[in-house]
Design a protein around this ligand. Structure first.
Ligand code: FRU
Length: 493
């Protein structure tokens, strides 16, 4: 692959060439090496001809492309989305002589149905053998897909969540051996229906701020088409799981992201529930993914940066999924600007010499003690010195309302569904502090509010590289201070 093009992200994963969608099969092996598989069309820059592409990384930013891991058996087959596990105890019988056997569980798509198949790997996930007894689940349906499997220690069973897409149901299955599966329950018609449920994840993760170091379960469901902003979106439900049934804590639906380019995320297998969980998400939207201008550089779609996750109870929203850029220090390189006591003022950063064109930035405002300090604003702009194209965002501190605008950097891409602006309201928690951080990387920006209480992912397509950042704070009084930092990121390719 040629990773040198001006729209090619440098700290985000993208395929060597061709088209990528959902992350699949994600696991971390015993040596700490992360494996990412993905829906991959190696022969065209549009969706179709689905294989599982494969890449590995030890820091989740620098990826090594590996040979394709799973191939369809013929022109009418597609290897659709799914997951992978490490069968340490050889429950499957595929691994009599090893502790690191990998089993992939995926949907085989054919013209007359979608069935669940498995394939096993003796070499740590680099090559797979399709199981001779496939399919392992066939429910005679054309809309039944995206198995995500975890090990449930209390019941000593494998647990699968899977979408009955047009029935708006998430099926929960159990198995002692990854081969024989028993249907246990369905989680039916919760939250946003859209027109389909896809790519569920069931994951146990820490709850912060609790003295007993407790954990809680989260069920995530992706919707496409039919998201509130159009196309694709992911919702989640905190709740409890007893080994057979999932129950949400309340009747609310919550979204993982408030822009349009975060879909079908998957959580890594083999991270203990007591630690922050890590996901990678497809940074695109089915409404326009097949027509975005990166095809001129031979590829379409990138993943988000790795996201760290835990749950916390927010004052007004209640139990919420926190999403922050995981391990970003692995790629932070030069400090381009740092000011620990900026009051009202503006920081300018010319980053035209940063080879990656990628930045990490944060601004932490503290001391917002009264209504006069809260009258202020924080705004940022990334622009092209050559053309004036820009991506910008900002907040009105009094309300915490936040906006993001990619419309002035994508003039070359005229698509009615490629929405310009996104906004999110009311995140100021009344605690005197407001924080923002973000990563911008050539054609993608990810923004995190208050340490990831809310996040937004947006792709954009400037005709010239963005290379000038301004961040300005106005209207806060002298009791409030801001610490602002901007770092250039190391090109990972
Ligand atoms: C989600 C999805 C999945 C399916 C895959 C096919 O983006 O539609 O439901 O398995 O993509 O590529």
């Amino acid at each position: 692959g040629n990773y040198g093009g001006p729209l090619r992200p440098q700290v985000h994963f993208s395929p060597p060439q061709g088209f990528m969608n959902d992350p699949n099969g994600m696991f971390v092996d015993a040596d700490g090496l992360y494996h990412l598989y993905y829906q991959y069309n190696p022969t065209a820059t549009v969706a179709g001809n689905q294989h599982w592409g494969h890449a590995t990384s030890s820091d989740l930013y620098s990826w090594t492309n590996q040979p394709i891991a799973l191939f369809p058996g013929g022109p009418t087959e597609g290897i659709f989305s799914g997951s992978a596990v490490i069968d340490v105890n050889n429950t499957s019988g595929f691994f009599p002589n090893q502790k690191n056997g990998v089993v992939a569980i995926y949907t085989l798509n054919t013209p007359d149905r979608q069935t669940q198949e498995i394939a096993y790997s003796h070499d740590n996930g680099y090559s797979f053998i399709k199981y001779g007894g496939n399919p392992v689940i066939d429910s005679n349906s054309t809309q039944f897909r995206d198995p995500k499997v975890i090990w449930h220690a209390p019941t000593e069973r494998w647990i699968m969540v899977i979408a009955y897409s047009v029935g708006f149901e998430i099926g929960i299955y159990s198995s002692p051996n990854l081969i024989a599966w028993t249907h246990e329950s369905n989680f039916t018609r919760h939250g946003i229906l859209g027109l389909q449920y896809e790519c569920p994840n069931l994951v146990e993760m820490p709850v912060s701020g609790r003295s007993d170091a407790s954990t809680m379960w989260v069920l995530l469901i992706s919707n496409n088409p039919g998201a509130p902003l159009g196309g694709s979106i992911t919702q989640y439900f905190p709740g409890s799981f007893n080994g057979t049934h999932f129950e949400a804590i309340d009747g609310a639906t919550r979204l993982t992201d408030f822009a349009k380019d975060n879909y079908a995320g998957q959580f890594f297998y083999n991270i203990p529930a007591s630690q922050d969980q890590i996901s990678i998400n497809w940074a695109s939207n089915w409404q326009y993914t097949n027509v975005v201008p990166t095809a001129g550089e031979g590829f379409r779609s990138a993943m988000t940066v790795p996201r760290g996750h835990y749950l916390t109870k927010l004052p007004r929203l209640g139990m919420s999924l926190i999403s922050y850029p995981y391990n970003v220090s692995a790629v932070t390189e030069q400090e381009l600007a740092y000011n620990s006591s900026l009051g009202n003022g503006t920081i300018f950063v010319d980053y035209s010499t940063v080879r990656s064109g990628a930045l990490y930035f944060e601004a932490n405002i503290t001391g917002l003690t009264d209504s006069s300090s809260l009258a202020g604003t924080l705004n940022f702009t990334f622009s092209s010195a050559a053309t004036g194209e820009s991506v910008s965002g900002g907040t009105f501190l009094a309300s915490g309302d936040f906006w993001l605008d990619r419309g002035r950097s994508s003039a070359g891409f005229l698509n009615p569904f490629f929405t310009d602006k996104f906004s999110q309201l009311g995140l100021y928690n009344g605690n005197g502090a407001w924080r923002i951080s973000g990563i911008i990387d050539r054609s993608i920006i990810e923004v995190f509010l208050n340490g990831g209480e809310l996040s937004a992912t947006s792709v954009f397509f400037p005709t010239q590289p963005l290379d000038l950042m301004t961040l300005s704070i106005k209207g806060i009084n002298e009791k409030a201070t801001t610490s602002v930092g901007v770092w250039g990121l190391r090109a990972a390719w």
